[in-house]
Design a protein around this ligand. Structure first.
Ligand code: NAD
Length: 506
């Protein structure tokens, strides 16, 4: 690849300094809408770099855990203010490295802002519990304690939002952090760290290691100094993470793939449902873990829905996300594009009807990017691979369903369980679906995407391992309960055996 301007060279952030990787090699960060545009060179860090970062975080933990949480919160609050100030700049950087349209990149930065403010608020909450003891002159309480060094491994599709979902709750609870961003999108994490650094996070509390999963990610998983791992990415790598943590009995938080569905019932507001399916299916070029890659449509309105949906999909303006006219950007990489293309072939071979798109976009404005047409398959059987496997691109399978019962059965027939949605004006149908859809998130009359930072986020089945990000639910992963008994009776009291003069047993 030929580049005329010398690219900016980025470093790792270890123990409060920006440092060169020990190996000295670098990874290119190229714009997926225009691969001639080099956003920067980022370290291809080694196991040694990871070890330095973990050691720095372990040392910093000794003092950071003792900083009063409201003081930690003040730093996060300042970081949020800095993110607000630099939102536009950071959003443009994100579109350049990841490809999502600028409005969505602004939303991604905004999500990091919201999360940072939210977790700053937790500095003055983190409530524990006090409860009466069963014995006299004895106090009983429990408090949250940090875990130590948290290793964070993040994907490319939400380059700043997802790193913030992990970093901010970890910090407010008194943990220190080593973060390894996806090698496709390190710049947004660099930007987030700049804000934290400028806000006054002490040395070693947050460390950034850039590089490949196979080297840096593996090194982080092997390092016994890492006391907890939070990973968002593919189910395949999530299993590797889980297996690496198991022998160390180390807490591990997994947020993995999805195969989400929107159900459109025969009484739905069809205009609203089509809007929602377009946004849910093709927002972020379908590269959201919550993307609506399946739509289950009641047979009575199937034809009408399909006609309107395919017309809208065909009309979407695909292009560079920095162009304000663009409605859908590229996919992240050649590899991802090849995956999309291969699934289009799979769908055709399985007998699904290609109703819109189906091709790579090439030439002209698309010549140097990884663009694919918004693609709709119709008359999809719920058992087909295109309706079961995560494609992670702009491909939506439309599945006819006979009634609500079958719609829910189809929805639950996949191995994933992140997000689902139903469009209906029937309150009974809505509440039945809310109860029966086996996903971590359910939307009524809204698409499968659009989570807010103060509520739990995560999925069932192979989407995760039961933990949740966001809101106060995130605190449960980044802390553990310490139960404290204070006996001020001045004598030995035995729980369950002595109940003192208040007892009824001998
Ligand atoms: P990925 O699994 O390829 O990579 C995720 C991260 O893991 C990257 O930082 C990568 O470098 C690292 N990694 C790769 N191999 C590793 C290894 N052997 N050991 C340690 N780390 C390793 O995923 P991706 O392509 O970056 O992201 C797309 C996937 O993420 C999709 O499956 C999507 O559904 C999922 N995702 C899930 C959520 C959620 O909240 N459930 C959110 C966003 C994305």
């Amino acid at each position: 690849m030929v580049t005329t301007v010398a690219p900016k060279v980025y470093k790792n952030y270890i123990d409060g300094d920006w440092v060169e990787p020990r190996g000295g090699t670098a990874i290119e960060n190229r714009n997926p809408a225009d691969t001639g545009d080099l956003a920067g060179m980022f370290p291809a860090s080694s196991e040694e770099d990871v070890a330095l970062a973990v050691d720095a975080a372990a040392e910093a933990y000794k003092t950071w855990r003792l900083v009063p949480a409201p003081k930690r919160a003040e730093i996060l609050f300042r970081a949020a203010e800095l993110l607000v100030r630099r939102k536009e700049e950071f959003a443009r950087d994100m579109t350049r490295e990841m490809g999502k349209v600028l409005a969505e990149a602004r939303g991604d930065v905004q999500e990091a802002i919201d999360m940072t403010y939210y977790m700053a608020g937790e500095g003055r909450r983190q409530f524990g519990k006090t409860t009466p003891s069963e014995l006299p002159n004895k106090a009983a309480m429990c408090v949250r304690q940090p875990l130590g060094v948290c290793g964070l491994i993040t994907p490319w599709n939400f380059p700043m939002a997802i790193p913030s979902w992990k970093t901010m709750p970890a910090l407010i609870m008194g943990n220190t952090v080593v973060i390894k961003p996806a090698q496709e999108t390190p710049l947004s994490v660099y930007n987030m760290l700049e804000a934290l650094n400028e806000a006054g996070v002490p040395r070693g509390v947050v460390n950034l290691i850039s590089g490949a999963g196979s080297t840096c990610g593996t090194a982080m998983l092997k390092n016994p100094g890492v006391k907890a791992v939070s990973f968002t990415g593919s189910t395949e790598v999530g299993i590797v993470v889980s297996q690496a943590c198991a022998p160390l009995l180390r807490p591990c938080h997994l947020e993995l793939g999805g195969k989400n569905i929107i159900l459109v019932m025969d009484d739905a507001n069809l205009d609203l449902a089509v809007d929602g399916c377009i946004w849910g299916g093709f927002g972020t070029s379908g590269q959201r873990c919550t993307a609506a890659s399946r739509v289950g449509v009641h047979k009575k309105i199937y034809r009408e829905f399909l006609d309107r949906f395919t017309a809208r999909a065909k009309a979407l303006k695909v292009g560079n996300g920095l162009d304000p006219e663009t409605e859908m950007g590229p996919v992240i990489s050649r590899k991802q594009l090849e995956t999309v293309i291969s699934y289009v072939e799979i769908g055709k071979n399985e007998g699904a009807k290609l109703a819109a798109g189906g091709h790579r976009l090439e030439g002209g404005a698309y010549a140097k990017g990884w663009f694919h047409e918004p693609t709709v398959f119709a008359d999809v059987d719920p058992g087909m691979r295109i309706a079961q496997e995560e494609i992670f691109g702009p491909v939506v399978s439309v599945i006819p369903v006979a009634d609500l019962a079958q719609a829910v059965e189809v929805a639950n027939s996949v191995n994933y369980g992140l997000s689902s949605a139903i469009y209906t004006r029937n309150v009974n149908a809505a509440f039945s679906a809310m109860r029966d859809l086996h996903t971590g998130i359910v939307y009524v009359n809204a698409p499968t995407i659009g989570a807010e930072t103060h509520l739990p986020f995560g999925g069932t089945k192979q989407t995760g391992n039961g933990h949740r990000e966001s809101g106060d639910a995130a605190l449960d992963f980044y802390s553990e309960w310490k139960t404290i008994y204070v006996d001020y009776s001045d004598r030995l009291q035995r729980a369950q055996i002595d109940t003192g003069s208040f007892g009824t047993t001998e």
